[in-house]
Design a protein around this ligand. Sequence first.
Ligand code: AMP
Ligand code: MG
Length: 325
Amino acid sequence: MREASITDCLADLLGGGIVALPTETVYGLACLALDDNAVQKVFDLKGRPSTNPLIVHVLNIEQAENIAELNSIAKLLCQEFWPGPLTLILPKKAVIPEKVTAGLNTVAIRSPSNPLFRKILEKADQPLAAPSANRFSKVSATTPREVMDSFGEDCPPILDGGKSNIGLESTVLDLTGDTPEILRLGPISKRELEKFLEIEILNYSKTKHANTAQKSPGLSSKHYSPETPICLYKDVSAILQVEHWTADDLIIFPSENLIPSSKLEPATAIAFSVTGEAKEIAHNLYATLNKADRFEKKLMHMALLEDGGDVAGAVNDRLTRASSS
Ligand code: AMP
Ligand code: MG
């Protein structure tokens, strides 16, 4: 593994290179946000379509104000939820290259809380663009090992920050319309945002954006997908009703205690968590999907989470897109 120190990473970044950095959500593939060439390298390495904009990471509100127009709602949200897993879509300022925003006049910004990432932001003294450190449409990486597995020989230097605390990508909130709108569910829920702002927030509507494909490019229905196809069930009891399993099947239960002691042979069964809590499942989600891939079975079986709570909704969103063909 190409592990690198903070000093090495900083030198690479300032020299126009790419490095993989830990954030509290997932690992990011970082470069200088203001360097057109470096940004292109990130798109190339990920295999990300140029129509899919990157999130720009900043140290604080002051840095955000250098690159975007913050209205009063944006400022309130930054004060409350930054540093943290909330990305805001705001009108962009001219310094941000069009490549970063896929030609949009808006930019996605967040301030990560991971101390290593923050140290690099502080020393670089400028914003970093960083999409998730995985090949396009594949499972996000939450450990250095997963970053390396994703990129193989092309893997950039990795700053090892252990396993990502949260494990799920940031909530993306669009503040450029009349009403704030969630473009991607994530660790900070709609309910939490509504409670704080005391206004209603919209959920991304495909119908509404049918004619504005440019609005939210990262929302393709297939995303976060492991190599092995997924069969998604409405709940665990639907999995338990299956009568015949084969050695080509791998079943992932929400928690270990839900794995029945018999009935599943000759299939393999693993679990997303010990406790079954949505937060723990989110934390282990991608690591478990990556682990499941390594069994090289023909089909993975898993169920949507039943507790419809905030984090469960975000996990179910990822499971639905991971299983979409
Ligand atoms: P990732 O970098 O893989 O975590 O994905 C970034 C997410 O932010 C994707 O869903 C993008 O489509 C979304 N995003 C980034 N910039 C914008 C923007 N200007 N407008 C709307 N969505 C954006
Ligand atoms: Mg991603």
